[in-house]
Design a protein around this ligand. Structure first.
Ligand SMILES: [Mn+2]
Length: 335
């Protein structure tokens, strides 16, 4: 599903409006933070005001992105905006990292996303699952509208590209991605720093937690299903928060013979006990559709979801479904 980018409609919205609101998905990653900060900077350079809200803040691994300190955890009380941008997210109330009022009350809403589960729900929608990253879309938009890309913005956009291509290792690393990366590096982005901060750097405690996660790893279905589960006690034992296990699931997916890998994280949030589950799969196993069965979403090879209720029950229930999933046919990826 290729889509014609609505560059002109978005450009007209930028000209027409003065105050902009930007948000992304809950639990943001580098491809949420990077392009959102680049868009914010581009709007401000055009003389507009732009507010970027992420109720989950910025993950530790993306805090090197210039101006990430400008991200607000909540909008100022009662603030209204002419136009809202929702990036890297389907724009629905449960998925956005923001209260819904600033989006609902905006005179015009723009959705820019590359997740295939997104639907055109706003006034302007650019949904293109063939795009490797939302950063590619913001990059193309800024180039098309001739909005200058500063070195700070280039670093944000390269962070998004790196995040969603596994630093140019996944099969979405197309010539267009590498051309964009080349342009961004020429504008001052630092690919070595991005790779280190996004993928390689780990704190001492998160390395301890990685050890716990790997020591608790299990497999089923002749090694095709690999998982691990971290309880609240595991997190407490090393004194770290949830985000320190980003990328642990990739260690499981990289095991020879593994086709479906999951990490379960026990959480206690405002609704009570819950599990947060990250899924990585072979493309034909459609991690996005598996996550969709539990109310989540994502990409064919990487997805996630949350389940409320007692942690151990959730782990059992999801694993049972996963073993069936390995035996069932799934629709092919249709671009
Ligand atoms: Mn993305």
């Amino acid at each position: 599903m290729m889509s014609v980018p609505p560059f002109d409609a978005i450009g007209a919205a930028i000209e027409r409006h003065q105050s902009f609101y930007i948000t992304t998905h809950v639990g943001p990653d580098g491809d949420a933070v990077g392009p959102a900060l680049a868009l914010k900077a581009a709007l401000e350079a055009r003389g507009k005001s732009a507010t970027y809200v992420s109720r989950d803040g910025v993950p530790q691994s993306s805090r090197f992105v210039p101006r990430s300190g400008e991200v607000l955890l909540a909008p100022p009380a009662g603030a209204r905006y002419d136009c809202a941008f929702v990036l890297d997210c389907d724009g629905t109330p449960n998925r956005v990292a923001s209260p819904y009022e600033p989006i609902q009350n905006a005179r015009e809403r723009v959705l820019i996303d590359h997740h295939r589960t997104s639907q055109p729900i706003f006034e302007i929608n650019w949904i293109d699952p063939s795009q490797a990253a939302t950063a590619m879309m913001i990059y193309a938009l800024l180039r098309h509208l001739e909005m200058p890309i500063t070195s700070d913005m280039a670093q944000g956009l390269l962070t998004g590209l790196s995040c969603d291509t596994g630093h140019f290792r996944f099969d979405n690393t197309s010539p267009a991605v590498l051309e964009a990366a080349s342009y961004l590096v020429a504008r001052g982005a630092d690919p070595s720093l991005v790779a280190f901060r996004l993928f390689d750097e780990r704190s001492f405690v998160s390395t301890q937690l990685l050890g716990i996660a790997l020591s608790k790893m299990q497999s089923a279905s002749e090694g095709q299903l690999v998982w691990t589960a971290l309880s609240m006690q595991d997190f407490l034992s090393v004194g770290t928060g949830d985000e320190s296990v980003e990328n642990v699931v990739n260690f499981l997916r990289n095991i020879k013979g593994a086709r479906l890998a999951m990490i379960f994280r026990e959480r206690r949030d405002e609704t009570g006990l819950a599990a947060r589950v990250s899924v990585r799969s072979a493309p034909e196993l459609r991690a996005d559709l598996f996550a969709g069965e539990f109310g989540g979403g994502g990409h064919a090879v990487a997805a996630g979801f949350r389940v409320r209720g007692p942690f151990d029950n959730t782990v059992k229930e999801v694993l049972l479904r996963a073993q069936e999933w390995l035996e069932e046919p799934h629709p092919p990826i249709a671009d």
